[in-house]
Design a protein around this ligand. Structure first.
Ligand code: SF4
Length: 374
């Protein structure tokens, strides 16, 4: 399989998103946040262009950004002005901290390929690295610019799959870096913060395993949509079964379904309130029974009883010993299949072990209604 890192990432976010872009090849217009990111990236590329004889000035950088700027993608003047102001601030802050002459740029927007061998088959991960620098001590630094709002914790950067893949790509391009330290950085331009990390040989081996696991999953995927925190920025909302209804006015106005959903929401809400009240009432009744030493309370309309119920809880080891002693351990030893189901996606199994276990399972699917009120 030949697959770009961004396609791998799309699959991890949502298999349906991957299908829309990589299999169905549906082209969509870039969202305004994606365009904003592209303009910042393009400007930073001009700022660090290694072929320049003299370093780019701040004015040149800002005027390049201004020329790229397209007002028409914003829905109001206020929104457009705020976004433009933010872009200018990002670039000014960046320029103040990153005077271009201070860096030895090896490559910008560097295309890479990372081949990964899997029992004779080669899978190739491709991508483009925003920037590669050579530091004073000879270390190569891979830098990826991020224009998102959130600054992740360092532990997430230390596990970041994108950086691990980039490391594999750079080593494939320059094999002499194989046993050398490569610095991996994410530069969060809105915060002016660069978070850096490195990968050990064993972490890179794990990365290859992880990628092969993802490739395995892509091969058998039914590409079901998986709603997630990034749906608001997904370009395929109009096609996605979780959002397409929102875009069809006549469907939203279908009286029958409108009434059914409305009533469902109301009943659900009421039943939640009822459950909470029942718990309060049970507490009052139980307290009364305890105080009065009663197990049944009568009122004119009827009575309410407390029935003693219980269930046995076993000490697992003692139980196993007891069953072994009477020669019936095998008969009652059952596997905890729910636990295996949860563990299979963790790191408790190797890829080969996972494959073997997965070949013994089938997925029983059912649909459950879930409610969200505006
Ligand atoms: S909107 Fe969300 S669930 Fe639908 S395809 Fe996009 S990412 Fe997946």
């Amino acid at each position: 399989m030949r697959i770009s890192y961004s396609a791998l990432d799309a699959f991890l976010i949502c298999p349906a998103k991957y299908k829309f872009s990589e299999i169905d090849k549906i082209k969509t217009a870039k969202s305004k946040s994606a365009l904003f990111g592209t303009w910042i990236h393009e400007t930073l590329k001009v700022l660090h262009e290694p072929a320049r004889l003299t370093p780019a000035t701040e004015d040149e950088v800002l005027s390049f950004f201004t020329k790229l700027w397209d007002k028409s993608v914003y829905s109001s003047e206020a929104e457009e002005m705020a976004a433009f102001g933010q872009g200018i601030k990002i670039l000014k802050d960046y320029y103040a901290k990153n005077y271009p002459a201070n860096f030895h740029i090896v490559n910008l927007e560097s295309y890479f390929e990372a081949p990964i061998e899997d029992s004779g088959e080669i899978h190739t991960i491709t991508g483009k690295i925003d920037r590669i620098d050579k530091l004073a001590d000879g270390t190569f630094e891979i830098i990826d610019y991020k224009t998102g709002k959130t600054l992740p914790p360092q532990k997430d950067v230390d596990k970041n799959l994108q950086l691990s893949v980039y490391h594999l790509g750079v080593v494939n391009r320059w094999p002499s870096l194989k046993d050398k330290k490569v610095k991996l950085s994410l530069y969060f331009v809105k915060h002016g913060e660069k978070l850096s990390t490195t990968r050990s040989a064993s972490e890179l081996k794990e990365t290859k395993e992880r990628i092969l696991e993802i490739v395995d999953k892509i091969k058998v995927s039914a590409f079901a949509p998986q709603p997630n925190s990034l749906c608001d920025w997904c370009d395929f909302k109009k096609l996605c079964p979780y959002f397409s209804h929102q875009f069809k006015k006549e469907a939203i106005n279908d009286a029958k379904i409108k009434q059914a959903v409305k009533e469902y929401l109301e009943i659900k809400e009421k039943s939640k309130k009822d459950d909470a009240r029942i718990a309060e009432l049970a507490e009052i009744i139980n307290q009364y029974c305890d105080e009065q030493k009663l197990e049944r309370v009568f009122i004119d309309e009827g009575f309410i009883s407390r029935l003693l119920q219980g269930r046995y809880v076993y000490d697992e080891n003692k139980l196993k010993d007891a069953l072994a002693e009477i020669g019936k351990l095998d008969k009652y030893l059952t596997m905890d299949l729910t636990k295996i189901g949860k563990d299979i996606d963790s790191d408790n199994f190797t890829r080969d072990e996972k494959r073997k276990i997965e070949s013994a399972r089938t997925k029983k699917e059912f649909k459950k209604l879930s409610v969200k009120r505006k």
